[in-house]
Ligand binder design. Structure first.
Ligand SMILES: Cc1cc2nc3c(=O)[nH]c(=O)nc-3n(C[C@H](O)[C@H](O)[C@H](O)COP(=O)(O)OP(=O)(O)OC[C@H]3O[C@@H](n4cnc5c(N)ncnc54)[C@H](O)[C@@H]3O)c2cc1C
Length: 747
């Protein structure tokens, strides 16, 4: 069972222009006082005029095809526009539901008549929708809805009450879920999910009464909507009669994974980041939150990619919402700890007022759209089911799936054999064919490294592919025969090319035939290929917490087999750089993030299996809600690490300008989550997992070790705080790779 989601990395450059155009429009709107940036503005900010100004620019209902009056733009373009609107705290609440949910739903399930009636008006922000799912006695248990729809000669008659209905008081239409038929499935068996249908109800309607319900911040946002035998036309049925449950759950994929589940409090974080003079604790917190934001953006975009490919990643969408909404709350809570809260007009300042507004919204993040606990239940059930049936999950098959399967095949039979892994070309994926390598790229290498980590392979597969390979390739040095290890350390070379210096913690040095290291020569940095048995090289054995060999090499006048200056490598083969020490550090950090992802996957697999087999109180552990919540948490953390590492590797492979931030974010998050994953894995396993012979410890000891290697979370969070400083506090532009120079131009 593998959690497969592919990162999208830095979004394609052509979207940059669109992003900047939207940003410029929003800045102009703020400058002329059209809106003030607010937290959670997709809920709290309702301004029909603003929605219509966006629509005039083609930024509402963007994916609606031209034949239905829409701009016919791509899902990725919509994603970029949406991100900008949210990050700016713009008042998009009026058209939000129509744009996010109704347009895709009508396109998928609507009749031609419905498409022609609603879609053009969604694109002009004239059709404003609300959602009628929840009822007084139906919250999390949505299938228990009692609102009934009865087909009569005049049309459908609706009776019942919907509650918490956002913006019903300004909406021109409402989508509702109602019971049309008995709860009996096609097989004649009772089924609560059968007999439900969806309707589009135009508003106002004489049989429908809408009354405000005021929220704790004093706002009129949601409503009670009473249907008193309300008449709607027969043509108001959306999709198939009785198919409402399937339609609604498909819609929830769109509702749960979007950037609004991450960015509701981005205006708060961005405003805080733009301030000056921060103490050390604040810098660490800022680095932590920025790392999380960078990673969650990748996760949300990865699910959007799955949706776009026509998949139904319901489990991943639930997982993104759980992670994203916890992050949104954390932003408000952490920033408030540093700056305090206030309320307008009494102060103490605009940042405090913004934070105060965000704090008042914290409770809703983890409730609306499905509560955290219920979402974790969905994730856990999916995990348990696919573990029992062995069903693959996530992304479609591609060549990386094939590489993973080939590696797994080798590792099953010979986990400790370099010869077997090298025989498949999997130890030299980042070395071009003309230098004797396999001519793959870092992303292929990452698949191998993750699998090796998942199987606790005691070989320098990560170092060979992520450090030795790219450095040899850059310097044009031919791949030698034998076990290869690499380091991000540097030694010095004299004019005769003799090496001197110490490199510590070299993985598997005593087991290797060659060491690849950077050397500072009088002419500048070079790459050295050093036989481990070369005279003058002494090896002092060491080990990390997991017992993996981490040896120290002392070089005293060592003659390398090769010493060559690195050239800028060909596109796609590795990072384009002249600062090789910094690049080697990034490569090492990315490798460890990938390895943490592999080990996390192993802990998840073992935990799900254990919970499915271990009996307590007469039931298997996975039947207990508390254990399900642990498994779901584990899945969320493991997926976060995998996607973060994938994004970092992709950015390095593509030589993307934002690679440093993505690597820093990936390692910061991977290191922090390594602790969580180890803790949760042990909690699920109980005492048995703490024994020397149980394989869980092999993974968790590696997690604890890899967390520290190439910089732990504290180190990388501080690096990210430094990047924010370098960007003059422009956090959102930094995250989206659009930092503008002091003169105003965008670099
Ligand atoms: C600001 C806001 C806007 C909203 N807008 C809309 C809207 O436009 N349209 C709409 O239809 N609805 C809307 N809702 C309603 C929202 O979808 C529900 O609040 C949500 O589904 C939870 O239902 P509930 O409030 O009845 O809580 P309950 O379901 O009663 O849950 C209360 C607590 O019990 C827990 N719980 C419940 N069942 C389980 C279980 N099986 N296992 C573990 N824990 C469980 C929950 O996690 C929660 O912590 C909105 C809510 C808010 C806060």
């Amino acid at each position: 069972m593998t959690i497969g989601l592919s990162a999208v990395g830095a979004l394609p450059g052509e979207l940059r222009e669109l992003r900047l155009r939207v940003r410029a429009f929003l800045e102009a709107e703020v400058a002329r006082g059209a809106f003030r940036p607010a937290a959670d503005a997709w809920m709290s900010g309702v301004d029909i005029g603003f929605s219509q100004r966006l629509a005039e620019r083609g930024w509402v209902g963007m994916t609606i095809p031209k034949q239905y009056g829409g701009p016919g733009r791509s899902a990725l373009e919509r994603y970029v526009v949406t991100e900008e609107l949210l990050a700016a705290g713009a008042p998009v609440g009026a058209h939000w539901i129509a744009d996010r949910q109704m347009a895709p739903s009508i396109l998928r399930n609507g009749t031609e008549e419905q498409k022609r009636a609603y879609l053009p008006k969604i694109a002009t922000a004239e059709a404003l929708f609300s959602i009628g799912m929840s009822e007084p006695d139906s919250g999390s248990d949505l299938a228990s809805v009692r609102t009934r729809a009865r087909l009569t000669a005049e049309g459908w008659r609706l009776s019942g009450t919907k509650l918490w209905t956002s913006i019903a008081h300004i909406a021109t239409a409402m989508i509702i879920l109602a019971r049309t038929d008995d709860p009996v499935g096609a097989d004649g068996q009772p089924s609560r999910h059968a007999g439900l249908s969806q309707f589009i109800v135009d508003l106002p309607n004489p049989g429908i009464r809408i009354s405000p319900v005021i929220t704790i911040d004093g706002a009129h946002h949601f409503n009670e909507v009473v249907f008193d035998d309300a008449l709607i036309p027969e043509s108001a049925l959306l999709g198939k009669r009785g198919d409402g449950w399937r339609q609604v759950t498909a819609e929830l994929g769109n509702e749960r994974s979007g950037p609004e589940r991450i960015l509701s409090t981005m205006p708060v974080l961005a405003a805080w980041a733009s301030g000056r003079s921060r103490g050390e604790a604040a810098r660490d917190d800022l680095g932590r939150l920025a790392a999380r934001a960078a990673v969650l953006r990748q996760l949300s975009a990865a699910v959007a990619g799955e949706l776009d490919r026509g998949g139904n990643p319901a489990m991943h969408a639930a997982l993104v919402k759980d992670l994203g909404t916890r992050f949104e709350s954390e932003v408000a809570e952490v920033v408030s700890a540093h700056v305090g809260v206030g309320s307008e007009p009494l102060g103490p300042g605009p940042l405090q007022a913004l934070v105060g507004q965000a704090i008042l919204h914290v409770p809703v993040f983890t409730l609306r759209g499905g509560t955290t606990e219920v979402l974790r239940g969905i994730v856990a059930k999916d995990l348990v089911l696919s573990s029992r049936t062995g069903a693959p999950r996530g992304q479609a098959r591609d060549e990386r799936t094939e590489i993973a399967e080939a590696v797994r095949g080798v590792l099953r039979t010979a986990p400790g054999s370099w010869k077997d892994v090298a025989g498949l070309g999997f130890t030299a994926l980042t070395v071009p064919e003309e230098l004797g390598g396999s001519g793959g790229d870092l992303r292929d290498a990452a698949v191998v490294v993750a699998e090796a980590a998942r199987h606790s392979v005691p070989l320098p597969v990560a170092e060979a592919n992520f450090l030795a390979g790219p450095l040899l390739a850059a310097a044009g040095i031919e791949l030698p025969d034998g076990i290869l290890t690499g380091t991000a350390g540097t030694v010095t070379a004299d004019r005769a090319g003799r090496l001197a210096g110490t490199v510590r913690d070299v993985p598997w040095l005593r087991d290797a035939d060659y060491l690849v290291t950077l050397a500072e020569t009088p002419e500048g940095p070079a790459v050295a290929l050093v036989p481990v048995t070369a005279p003058g090289l002494s090896v002092t054995p060491g080990a990390n917490l997991a017992g993996e060999h981490r040896d120290t090499a002392v070089l005293d006048g060592v003659a390398p087999a090769h010493l060559a200056r690195p050239r800028v490598p060909a596109a796609g083969r590795g990072p384009e750089t002249r600062d090789w020490a910094a690049t080697a550090e990034l490569l090492g950090a990315a490798a460890r993030a990938v390895q943490i992802g592999g080990a996390a996957q192993a802990v998840l697999d073992r935990s799900v299996k254990h919970a499915g087999e271990r009996m307590q109180f007469g039931r298997t552990l996975d039947k207990f809600q508390a254990v399900q919540q642990l498994l779901a948490r584990l899945a969320a953390d493991a997926t976060t690490v995998s996607v973060a590492a994938d994004a970092a590797v992709l950015a390095l492979a593509e030589q993307a300008p934002g690679a440093e931030l993505l690597v820093a974010a990936a390692k910061a998050e991977a290191s922090a989550l390594a602790l969580e994953i180890a803790r949760t894995g042990h909690q699920v396993h109980g005492a048995i997992g703490y024994t020397a012979e149980h394989p869980l410890g092999e993974h968790t000891k590696r997690l604890w070790s890899w967390r520290q290697e190439f910089g732990n979370e504290l180190y990388w969070r501080r690096r990210i705080a430094g990047l924010i400083d370098e960007a003059s506090g422009q956090l959102w532009p930094l995250l989206t790779n659009t930092v503008s120079s002091p003169g105003g131009s965008t670099a």
